[in-house]
Ligand binder design. Structure first.
Ligand SMILES: Nc1nc2c(c(=O)[nH]1)N=C([C@H](O)[C@H](O)COP(=O)(O)OP(=O)(O)OP(=O)(O)O)CN2
Ligand SMILES: [Zn+2]
Length: 118
């Protein structure tokens, strides 16, 4: 079974490697939405795969590092595309949530990416 815990944060960014004149070369902000997916068997005694609170305990402090920040100032996010942000989140979360199966990053209402660790 797969669980999804969702987070939101606000952040500014600009993309340093876009062609001249590209809109994303200018500083701008997004209301990011992140989905943390975990997959595993249901523990029948507990009735759950993992307590949502256990996910929260790991992920919330990591999201707080991004909230109301300029993303390209954060080590590892010098080129803060959705793809690189999804990988950065995976790298910070996977060692502590072994059941992590995917990270989704919604940068706008219409643009998102999914990273499954490869
Ligand atoms: N593959 C990627 N392409 C783009 C990324 C990205 O992270 N990965 N990021 C951007 C910009 O950050 C931009 O702010 C978001 O892009 P876009 O979806 O084009 O935004 P719009 O609001 O202009 O899109 P609509 O089509 O109006 O919904 C660009 N590309
Ligand atoms: Zn953007």
């Amino acid at each position: 079974m797969e669980l999804i815990k969702e987070y939101r944060f606000e952040a500014a960014h600009r993309l340093p490697h876009v062609p001249p004149g590209h809109q994303c070369g200018r500083p701008h902000g997004h209301s990011y939405r992140v989905g943390i997916h975990v997959e595993g068997e249901v523990n029948e005694a507990a009735g759950w795969v993992i307590d949502y609170a256990e996910i929260n305990a790991v992920v919330k402090p990591i999201i707080d590092e991004l909230d109301h920040r300029t993303l390209e100032e954060i080590p590892g996010l010098e080129n803060p595309t959705s793809e690189n942000l999804a990988r950065w989140l995976w790298q910070h979360i996977a060692p502590r949530i072994l059941l992590l199966s995917a990270v989704t990053v919604h940068e706008t209402a219409t643009s998102s990416c999914v990273y499954r660790g490869a």
